[in-house]
Design a protein around this ligand. Sequence first.
Ligand code: HEM
Length: 488
Amino acid sequence: MALTPPAPVSMNPLARLHADIMRERRRSEPLPPGEHEFSWARTRAMRTDPLRLLLDSYERYGPVFTLRLLHQPVVFAIGPEANHYITVSHAQNFLWRDGSFADLIALLGDGLLTIDGDYHRTSRKLMLPVFHRERIAAAAGTMVEETERALAGWEPGTEVDIYQWTRALAMRVAQRALFGFDPDASRHGFDEAEAFEQALSFYAADYALQIARGPRTPWTRMQRARRLLDGLIFGEIARRRASGRRGDDILSLLLDARDEEGNTLSDQAVRDQVMTLLFAGHDTTTSTVTFLFYELARHPQVLQRLLDEQDRVLGGRLPTAAELMGGEALPELEMALDETLRLYPPAWIGPRMNREAFELHGVRVPARSYVNYSSWVSHHLPEVFPEPEAFVPERFAPEAKAALPKGAYVPFGGGSRTCIGMRFGQLEIKTIATLVLQRFRLELRPGYTLRIRQMPTLSPIGGLPMRVRERALPGVLAGAADAAASPA
Ligand code: HEM
């Protein structure tokens, strides 16, 4: 197995447009049923309300259908069977790098998320030890320490943007626990969480703006933020190479990695893996904490059950890593998290391209098509999750969860590309939630309406401002949720 990064992918929008058009011209077989003609309205709907568009298309055309988005036809494969087919049983037929999210490479480079084949297998194997259970448990101390530090500034009666707050916190946790960076060393003089927010906003811009280049375009802003983050990562790589300092972290593993032929990773290859893990390691966690508090504020009975459980099990003390890692010690928290990830799986789409033609649900998909699976859409199928819009954590009681069909619930993907940071993310979310719940109650602003941005991951548009209140006495939940607050 070789540690050789793949050939670069062009980030020139015109070159990519040309490649898409040529591929379509060469295609000799028809695409699955659906909407094949160009339509601005559909392209826009995919930006503004993809969940509705995709659920309606599923109703109309069945689980495998085509939608032309902008210039390119994209195949969607929805539901338990499709998720399992793409991520597990036929995963080797699907490439991430050639899929419709390849423009993430402009920010992340060739990290675990955007590579395939041999380089993906070798890189994943190299990093896996850091994600073993015992190593994750050891990160719990950092998570508690950082959460306590972040909570120290909270004053009852004030408002906190829980999304921005969690992003800054999760970024510090990822830097320290995954890479052994010292976020307080302030050698770079910029805010890493803000730089990521800035870089990622490129992917939420309108298509027309995304292809624009030049001063003040989203592309240029993204490149500027990327350079700041690059400076941080390359700086740490240089320091570690010079000092020879190593630890239990991923950066140390990457710097010392060597394949059978003795090849090592270049600084650029190390940077790409670090950037990918910094992104994936904080962005999804941030959204999940935010959506969890949003739903708890709207469901006082669920919140009360969580508080009762905390009082009963922890009695005000800090949780242990073991209590947070299994679902047994704090089952109410576990179910609330599962249900949050059903309703709002941050990595909501699995973008791929199929090498060979395949058939699924009796529908044939020609070779080299953009094919996406989607957890978000699959988690909203009423035949799998009755009343899919309702927040009902009991759906994930252990027996009910075990009875779900294969591929029905995929917030962390599946198969050989299952989220490598799943345990890390779950532990971090539960740590943050527990520490907040033990001390504070969070209320939505009256009349707040959740609007969701989905690019590149699900997050609340404009953040989530919440009013901080003192935690009520055990068993007494002061006030009710704001009835006006509702999801978009
Ligand atoms: C709530 C938290 C998280 C969720 C919901 C989540 C979700 C996902 C999903 C759905 C995928 C697969 C995407 C696909 O099939 O195309 C994935 C992959 C990945 N995730 Fe996560 N993730 C979370 C947290 C994390 C954390 C904390 C890290 C790092 C510490 C991480 C690192 C990665 C990486 C590197 C991949 C690519 C894996 C591969 O292709 O081998 N994720 N994640």
